[in-house]
Write a protein that binds this ligand. Structure first.
Ligand code: 0RQ
Length: 498
């Protein structure tokens, strides 16, 4: 305990989860650590226990990003969430959001912390934070994520800390810097991926700590599937394209890479493993997954920066066994820094993010299935796509066993416009939209990216739109959503066989 809570006066605050959660009441605005990892575990369980005992209350829940089943899942299931912001990816919570049982507003991840500091999101009543320790001066050492925790700790009236049994050697991996807010905002002084510009701890006023509880709970680990054929082909298109651009001197070597979450994103980074052209990689991303450790082991990474580490069970073991080695290459930052438009633009990040659907002119839907049903949220995709030196949007060409085409006449919801997207990629091919007119983009996307099953239908739509309506981006407004409507009516975007 002396090692974990080095600021002795806080020893008096050690208590149990039930007492600690006593300050959380109906309507409390709850600001928690957590960004795919590093979320509090015991207090959410305690809130569920209270609900099961018949207490009726709801909290407004703000995190860094998704917190998975252990927080979002159990709190949503127990009907304890009034509001939730930002990104989530839990199945039960998603269902309640779509049934209008939980209020959810999607935010660019880079923007939430400054909105909290401005007071726009209401009074930050209670912060619950997972930490590996507290320094001699009473500051916090976070666990596997930083997210919005520095701002939540600075703004909250009451702070509850869950001291995790995770290795205290994590100390030193974090770089905590809270930028000033407009109009006094100065440049964020990151010029290279590895630059450290802040402190290795989160500054905290120990007087606002109301409770500390000791936890042996661990993050639940995701399972990463080995890259399948589709992901591998998408990754190969991207690496070939960048290799070609570098060889042609159209792009400098060693621009940092960002790769979104999920299997395709993991496959892109895994693609570097077998590829001798790419060495000394810089990764300036949001979530660092298993593939980053593999690349560090191969000596292929110069620096990896993110806001969180999400590791499978196997990779976690490896990470903690040789933490000293991985720590040299890795830095975890607040999400407003890892996703900062200013820094992403300055470093010239190569951004790779996954879409739900893409239209023939390159507009992108990352969030709403069939235009209405929230999937997860925009996350950091907008931060990176809009500001990357070159932005790839990727998707398997079909979903749901081929019944849905990911390339559609017009997206049923817009997260990213054609102006933020440079290159569209599916397993069938890649289109660099930058030198093309919208009509040329449509022709190329249909020919190169659409699944062969849907190519003729898309071509037919486009040709008739050119003939009947014309214009800069021809569309037939009475037919733009015909693919979606057919799916809603029949469960398949293919027309019924006559
Ligand atoms: O549904 O789970 O029921 O099978 O969407 O799709 O193919 O498993 O892919 O896990 O990579 O998720 C866009 C959702 C893709 C994710 C999205 C269905 C599909 C499946 C999941 P099932 P896959 P992924 C930040 C990076 C936005 C935020 C972001 C995402 C489920 O990547 O949330 O980019 N992105 N963050 O069947 C109907 C379609 C569909 C569809 C897929 N067209 N219609 N359902 N699905 N396409 C930046 C970082 O740095 C981390």
């Amino acid at each position: 305990l002396e090692d974990r809570i080095r600021y002795r006066p806080l020893h008096d605050k050690i208590t149990d989860a039930q007492t600690a959660a006593g300050c959380i009441l109906d309507g409390t605005n709850l600001f928690i650590s957590g960004f795919t990892a590093g979320y509090p575990k015991l207090i959410p369980q305690e809130l569920v226990r209270r609900a099961k005992n018949g207490e009726r209350f709801k909290v407004n829940l703000f995190a860094g990003a998704s917190t998975g089943g252990s927080v979002d899942g159990i709190l949503a299931e127990a009907d304890l969430v009034g509001w939730r912001r930002p990104y989530m990816s839990d199945r039960i919570m998603r269902k309640k959001i779509n049934a209008n049982g939980i209020n959810f507003k999607d935010d660019h991840l880079s923007r939430l912390a400054s909105q909290v500091r401005s007071g726009d999101l209401g009074s930050p009543d209670v912060a619950i934070v997972e930490a590996v320790g507290i320094t001699e001066k009473g500051h916090l050492i976070p666990t596997m994520s930083v997210g919005n925790t520095p701002t939540y700790v600075r703004e909250a009236q009451k702070i509850i800390i869950e001291i995790s049994a995770e290795s205290p050697e994590l100390e030193g991996i974090h770089d905590i810097f809270i930028p000033e807010d407009s109009p006094w905002r100065m440049p964020i002084p990151i010029y290279r991926t590895a630059d450290r510009v802040g402190k290795p701890f989160i500054e905290m006023d120990p007087n606002r700590v109301v409770a500390i509880i000791l936890s042996r709970e661990q993050d639940s680990c995701p399972v990463f599937n080995p890259p399948d054929d589709v992901s591998t082909r998408i990754a190969a298109h991207i690496l070939d394209f960048i290799r070609h651009e570098i060889k042609r001197d159209r792009m400098p070597r060693n621009l940092p890479w960002q790769s979104g979450v999920g299997d395709v994103a993991n496959a892109v980074l895994s693609g570097f493993i077998e590829d001798d052209f790419f060495a000394n990689l810089d990764i300036y991303s949001e979530v660092l997954q298993d593939s980053v450790l593999d690349l560090i082991d191969l000596g292929k990474v110069r620096a990896a920066s993110g806001s969180a580490m999400t590791l499978s069970h196997k990779a976690r073991k490896r990470f903690f066994n040789e933490l000293y080695r991985y720590k040299e290459k890795t830095v975890l930052r607040p999400v407003e820094i890892s996703n900062s438009p200013e820094v992403i633009r300055r470093l010239g990040v190569i951004a790779v993010n996954t879409a739900i659907e893409i239209d023939i002119y390159g507009h992108v839907n990352s969030t709403h299935v069939m235009g209405s049903q929230m999937m997860n949220g925009i996350g950091g995709s907008g931060d990176f796509l809009r500001n990357g030196a070159i932005s790839f949007i990727v998707s398997p060409s079909v979903a749901k066993g081929g019944k849905i085409s990911a390339i559609v006449p017009m997206v049923s919801h817009v997260d990213h416009s054609e102006h933020s997207v440079d290159v569209v990629v599916t397993e069938h091919g890649l289109v660099d939209t930058r030198p093309l007119t919208p009509r040329q983009v449509a022709e190329q996307i249909i020919k190169k990216c659409a699944h062969p099953d849907y190519r003729d239908m898309l071509w037919d739509y486009y040709q008739r739109a050119v003939r009947t309506t014309g214009g800069h981006e021809p569309h037939m407004l009475d037919e733009v959503f015909s693919f979606h409507q057919r799916f809603m009516a029949t469960g398949d975007m293919h027309p019924r066989q006559k």
